[in-house]
Design a protein around this ligand. Sequence first.
Ligand SMILES: [Zn+2]
Length: 645
Amino acid sequence: MIRARVSRQVFVIVAIASSACALGAQAARAPAPSPLYQPRTVKQAYAKGTRSPDGRPGPRYWQNRARYAMTVTVTPPERTVRGTEEIVYVNASPDTLQRLAIKLFLNIHKPGAPRNGGASPNYLTDGVRIERFTVNGAAQSWGNDATVFTNRIVPLPAPVAPNDSVRLGFEWSYDVSREANREGMTDPTTFYLAYFYPRVAVYDDLDGWDTMDFTDTQEFYSDFNDYDVTVRAPANFVVWGTGTLVNPAEVLQSEPLRRYQASLIADTVVHIATSADFTARNVTAQQPLSSWRFAARNIPDVAFNVSDHYVWDASSAVVDSTTNRRASVQAAYNETAADFRHMVRFGQDAVRWFSQRWPGTPYPYEKTTVVQGYADMEYPMMVNDGSTPDTTFSRFVAEHEIAHTWFPFHMGINETRYGFMDEGWATALEFLRNEAKMGPARATAFFKQFRVENWIRDPSPLEDLPIITPQDVLKGVAYGNNAYGKAALGYLAAKDLLGDVMFRRTLHAFIDRWNGKHPIPWDYFNTVNDVAKQNLNWFWDAWFFRNAYIDVGIAAARKTASGYTVTLDNIGGMPAPVDLVITYADGTTETRHQTPRMWASNTKRATISVATGKPVRSISLAGGIFMDADSRNDAWTPAQPAARR
Ligand SMILES: [Zn+2]
């Protein structure tokens, strides 16, 4: 998700000093830092061997999975969606399961559901109606849902032993919410279906069943499953969705089919279905209901968009230069949305850039489809974004959501509890992408305004909670800034600390070790320590585990035989990089970049040697995106100005 859609007139050019020079003497060699705080669940995982203290999955790592086969019927403008589903849930855990946790996320729409925000009449529905529930083919009572909302514990008639499986059947229906957000009715005949099917919650090696409520702030936590989904929709409705469209020849007329197939290997944008095509009923098979069948393997979720008038553009991009594998890039939108006419191009650029540069591993799916809606939200192979009059902003939002393909989907992150491994990474990748696309100065100005200022200018203790705080209990600014800006700055500070080559090596090791699994923050921190062969716990601890913010001040500076010694205090606690901007008596200036390494031996105080033969008029601090909470302590001038000497 993009979060905080504030101030779009943000592309102000701000010049910042960014030249990096060789630095002076660094801090003395650090004593071994203390171990990071570990919850007891993490200690138990190490003891059981499901995770390793070096950051790898342990020799006894396991995770459960399922196969979902479902048929969903959606007939706009009728708002009722009906589904049947069979889930084969495989228990790979060493535990015998006496019960299951079932997620019914759309019960967030029920009156009385616990949620972090208010609910308008158009948002409310009567939630998910479970009309039939079977276990291994035998009908079971579903019971009363009056006070059970997004998470329901279901006892099993017989336990599921390790390495055994259970077959669940659901018939359900729900009414699409009139007020669209992450899902719902975008217009009377455009429905976005997400989180719409009953699913088995994650059962993992740390917490057992995920029983966290969905309260509309946090995001999700999903197993890697196989999906076979048939969406039945009336003639002239196109269905876009996660996974391979298995039967395009059955649902499309011959000309759109030809265009669709051409788009899969095209570099140019193909208009598969235009408004004129819809008006002439030239797009879909002309039968009362068509069955659009999608298949996806080893993926955390599926989402679909259904519309009878959204135009459909597509092209493709090479996302793996070693195999020349292409990903399809599609867009579906109201023809009046001018920004979306560029969306396939934006998507092509994004999947290429993220594949090649940062994170620099190939886009892991066969396609992405950017759909116009109101969510600014990511789904596997799908993006749902609002249209804006600022095309540059629209590009930025689409790229952020596409970056989520790696974090959380490819990496299987528990977004509900550790949103900073999801939003923090997408936000860091967003900055790196903008830096390449618009240049460091504009990217820095935008990032400061959109991601940092609201946090760093707010002295509330809510802003200083440790990033590691389980995010399922947070809301408001305490949730948002921990998940997005503070965490992104932490990852970018680690990049500055390690340098690009080593940072990339550690990031790729983390992706290699954990894609398709469920990494937790300790797995990331320990992987970096392991691969870089550096104990960076002093850095992780100060940035992610403490009540902290960024405030670096100049405590003192003194003249030495070889130049100056500058003493910096880390008042806010976060070990941020900083530039020393030195203004000489002759009016020239020089910028000397200090990485967070300066705080390695003492996270509270650092001493920097500035070798120079020239008299200094002033020394000041510039943090760039690492904005400083108190600028009053950021400059030093000699007691007797050098110019008068
Ligand atoms: Zn996001």
